[in-house]
Ligand binder design. Structure first.
Ligand code: GAP
Length: 435
């Protein structure tokens, strides 16, 4: 579809999914705000992730660590020395570019000459406390993972577990990306969902494979099309310093030549627990009573940014159609469980008090069970179009027949077919479909 990204960006703003941040001051590159529907879609992504990664595994718990950790964390993790990108600055316009994003030796914007490569650390710095000198420098976390490693002992002490076990976390991460790009694909403030799964070293490859398969299946379960997903084996020479093997799930983002990273799944070995033991002088090894051995578990880490899933869901769901009536519509075909709003309730006519009163009654009954919208503006056709465009799976209309026998119409977003039901039956139907 031509200009799909432009259409998604425009719909996102018009309907309240995503807004450019600080827009009244001209925006701020690499930062976005999430509107009312965006918040709901993000919540559904988190809910499905928690269901699959945390709640369905007895051996996995979740934490919420601070965004700003003791700065020694980042020395030990390797981020202070290694979280760098190679950049070159244009001598003419002074824009800076990542070397790995450059296609030739000239500035891609003004064709000026590029200067010598240098290194740039992508961590955001801040100061903690009342003194702004070098001793007060701290960092906004560039990944949530480190907060999990620092709490390894605390969690073990409160939730004693045998290997394998996992600690999960959802939270904001910050990277001072040199060139934020492609809407919410590469941004400077984003939200990660990470799992650190601790295993016996000799079983790490087996569990790595298991998580690769489980995570791939999750994307199908939340409604992404299989043909838009791909497994990518990261070449040895591109592996992060801590990784023995990394496999990524790639999505067919339209702005990339050949798919792009959605989620990464690394075998981090025992790098993290060892390095934090060394730097903190607190032993983070584990004593296993069965084998009577002390060792550092290996870590399998599925890690993803919510915004990348958010964008993939919008791209996959977006569709333009012509109805039998000849009318054109834009529809977001989210799976019902992912749709921000599950049902919309309409009185057929807003100037008939009996219809409005009955519709309010139905609205309040459904609202006790689901996220429901009320709309009594314009004609029914326009109301359907508005709900289609935000992916609401069902619309309920209260008409004159409702006043006679209590049944309402239930209109299906995808087929546009209408059936009649009592409101109580609708609760059952919808509950079954959003499981
Ligand atoms: N703890 C491992 C880690 O952070 P990563 O590959 O750097 O690994 C994991 O990041 C995931 O976070 C990526 O697969 C991507 O989904 C998301 N991510 C990373 N940088 C991002 C950015 N600048 N904007 C949006 N999402 C990003």
């Amino acid at each position: 579809m031509e200009n799909l990204m432009e259409k998604i960006i425009s719909l996102s703003k018009r309907r309240g999914f995503v807004f450019p941040t600080s827009e009244i001051y001209g925006g701020f590159s690499g930062f976005y705000d999430f509107g009312p529907l965006g918040v709901l879609l993000k919540e559904n992504i988190k809910k499905e992730w928690r269901k699959a990664v945390v709640f369905s595994h007895d051996e996995i718990v979740e934490i919420d660590s601070a965004i700003i950790q003791n700065p020694k964390t980042w020395k030990a993790s390797g981020h202070l020395d290694g979280f760098v990108v190679e950049i070159r600055e244009c001598q003419k316009c002074h824009r800076r570019f990542r070397v790995d994003h450059l296609e030739d030796d000239k500035c891609p914007v003004c064709q000026g000459n590029l200067g010598q490569p240098s290194f740039f650390n992508e961590m955001f710095e801040t100061y903690v406390g009342a003194k702004k000198d070098s001793s007060a420098i701290a960092y906004l976390r560039p990944e949530t993972a480190q907060g999990i490693f620092l709490n390894f002992k605390n969690v073990l002490n409160t939730f004693p577990k045998e290997l394998p076990f996992g600690i999960a976390q959802i939270g904001k991460a910050f990277r001072n990306e040199v060139s934020p790009e492609n809407f919410i694909f590469r941004i400077r403030e984003f939200e990660q969902m990470e799992l650190e799964y601790f295993v016996e070293p000799k079983k790490s490859e087996e569990y790595h494979q298991k998580w690769i398969e489980e995570r791939f299946k999750w994307y199908l379960d939340i409604g992404l099309k299989k043909e838009n997903l791909k497994i990518f084996e990261v070449p040895k020479e591109d592996l992060a310093h801590y990784s023995k093997r990394t496999v990524e799930i790639h999505y067919n983002y339209p702005f990339l030549k050949n798919f792009g990273e959605l989620e990464g799944m690394a075998n981090r070995t025992d790098f993290d627990l060892k390095t934090h033991s060394k730097f903190s002088k607190v032993d983070l090894s584990l004593f296993e009573p069965k084998s009577r051995k002390r060792f550092f578990p290996y870590i399998i880490e599925p890690s993803v940014g919510i915004e990348r899933i958010f964008l993939a869901l919008l791209l996959d769901a977006y569709s333009e159609e012509e109805l039998n009536s000849g009318e054109k519509r834009v529809v977001l075909k989210f799976l019902p469980k992912m749709a921000p709003i599950k049902l919309a309730v309409f009185p057929l006519l807003r100037n008939k008090p009996a219809l409005v009163e009955k519709a309010r009654e139905v609205y309040s009954l459904l609202k006790d069970n689901f996220l429901v919208a009320w709309d009594d503006n314009d004609n029914i056709g326009k109301r359907y179009r508005r709900q289609d465009e935000i992916g609401t799976p069902w619309c309920v209309t209260i008409d004159f027949e409702t006043l006679e026998n209590g049944t309402v119409t239930l209109r299906d977003r995808d087929t546009t077919k209408q059936t009649r039901h009592l409101p109580q039956e609708i609760i059952k139907i919808v509950k079954e479909k959003i499981k």
